[in-house]
Design a protein around this ligand. Structure first.
Ligand code: CTP
Length: 453
């Protein structure tokens, strides 16, 4: 009575999967199939899985080969499953040859020849053709974007546009993509646009990209005026295009988990949210010298406002900004205090004052705390009145984390997964409105020597 186990994602179930299960079953009398959860796939960098866990399980059931189906949730689970289920044979496709030899200490390991010319990746690409990305802007954030985009299947970076062509050419050579000086030629060559240019140029670029029928992923802060955000979301909707604000925290699995737990009621009714993010910048950096749009709040405000809007919503009853300025009149430290019918919140950020980066969510039964870098959420704790009772949660955060927002953006374009709830259009509009109000109040402090662009 040989007991066999195999594992996989089994997305867009295909002939390769069927043949693998058929042969795995034939190795023994009882076959257990482990199916990966969405969270585990995300954690191991497998983004863009199309079918839900339920659909993938249903498809395996339909083959009639599986005697039992289990869920694979974590790395390192296989050894425990093999012991727990008294497994004699571990079987997997030949694309994994050698990888699972360590299991030979526990059972027999068999690599079954992989069926040629078929894979979930191939099917995903056939169903949704590769989207060619064009980047507007060639600064630091664009540099981080390209290696992250490489890890998301279904997209390829095609080119970069920068009105300063020398900068575009240098960037394009480094990343082996095309450089464009002409915006029309750029739009013709791409399907989707990632905007990573200075904040104040976002509005015009989003508008022209949408006009050219291109979906847009725009860096935060996407817009600095509420009216502009409303207008462009409306325009995108009318043209049936996706306009998506790239605040990476909103899309990373750990933050998503934290929000789910905060809203689950385990810490009771939430009454206070405090979010702080500081990053010391050189005094001659763009962030601390651009007297129109520099400063701490335009740079980091989107991160610290995000958990507050997610938890308390958009309808605050009062907002107050307290700032400390440098000699240019730019805010080197900003504290935003908000009042809501249900509670209070503070968002603190600084480029010239260092503080403890922390996200704290306090409720009537306990609190959640995530230490810096909480904006790349990988760990948080839930505490209660009883100081000995601490629940610890961790989640993988891979690389620079832009892969998560790129993957969600792509899923929305392909219609396979609606991630809009992770950062709603309404929340982006409120963020733009808060930026607008802040900049209006700050204007008189800022020593703008040149004309307003
Ligand atoms: N498999 C196979 N032949 C194929 C594709 C997959 O034998 N043509 C096997 C894999 O080796 C694995 C199991 O099916 O043992 C589940 O693989 P999974 O990763 O879910 O399928 P892929 O099609 O390889 O998925 P992807 O393209 O997303 O990597």
């Amino acid at each position: 009575m040989a007991r066999v186990i195999t594992y996989g994602t089994f997305d867009l179930f295909h002939e390769g999967h069927y043949r693998l299960l058929q042969r795995a079953k034939a190795l023994g009398n009882y076959l257990i199939v482990g199916v990966t959860t969405e969270a585990y796939d995300k954690a191991r960098g497998k983004l863009n899985v199309v079918d839900s866990l339920v659909t993938r399980i249903e498809n395996i059931k339909k083959t009639g080969f599986a005697d039992e189906i289990i869920i694979e949730e974590t790395q390192g689970q296989k050894v425990n499953d093999i012991r727990k289920f008294h497994i004699d044979i571990f079987a997997i496709g030949s694309d994994w040859t050698g990888v699972f030899d360590y299991l030979k200490d526990y059972c027999q390991v068999v690599y079954l020849e992989r069926t040629k010319n078929i894979s979930s990746t191939m099917l995903r690409e056939q169903n949704s053709p590769i989207q060619r990305i064009g980047i507007i802007g060639s600064g630091r954030i664009a540099e981080r974007f390209i290696p992250e985009a490489k890890l998301v299947s279904g997209v390829s970076t095609q080119g970069v546009y920068n009105p300063h062509i020398e900068s575009a050419v240098k960037f394009a050579q480094k990343w082996e993509i095309n450089a464009y000086e002409d915006l029309e030629a750029f739009y013709k060559a791409v399907d989707i646009v990632y905007i990573a240019s200075p904040h104040e140029t976002h509005y015009a670029y989003i508008q022209s990209a949408l006009e050219h029928g291109r979906h847009v992923l725009c860096e935060k802060p996407m817009l600095l005026e509420k009216r502009q955000a409303e207008e462009l979301f409306h325009y995108a909707k009318k043209k049936n295009l996706i306009l998506f604000e790239g605040i990476k925290t909103a899309y990373c699995p750990g933050f998503h988990k934290l929000m789910g737990i905060a809203c689950s009621g385990i810490i009771g009714n939430i009454r206070n949210v405090e979010a702080c993010f500081t990053k010391l910048e050189k005094p001659d950096s763009r962030e601390l010298t651009d007297t129109h749009y520099g400063g701490s709040f335009t740079e980091l405000g989107s991160y610290v406002m995000l958990p507050i809007l997610k938890i308390f919503g958009k309808d605050y009853t009062a907002i107050q900004f307290d700032t400390i300025h440098n000699e240019n009149g730019l805010d080197i430290f900003t504290k935003v205090s908000l009042k809501y019918p249900a509670g209070v919140a503070t968002a603190t950020c600084g480029l010239g004052v260092k503080s403890e980066g922390r996200l704290l969510i306090a409720g009537t039964k306990g609190y959640i705390v995530a230490e810096a870098p909480w904006w790349k959420t990988s760990y948080f704790e839930v505490h209660y009145e009883d100081a000995n009772r601490i629940e610890k949660y961790s989640e993988t955060f891979l690389g620079d984390g832009l892969r998560y927002e790129i993957s969600d953006f792509l899923s929305m374009i392909n219609g396979s997964n609606n991630s809009e709830f992770k950062l709603t259009r309404g929340e982006s509009v409120v963020l733009a409105g808060i930026m607008e109000q802040f900049l209006k109040g700050e204007k008189r402090n800022r020593k703008c020597t040149d004309k307003h662009p």
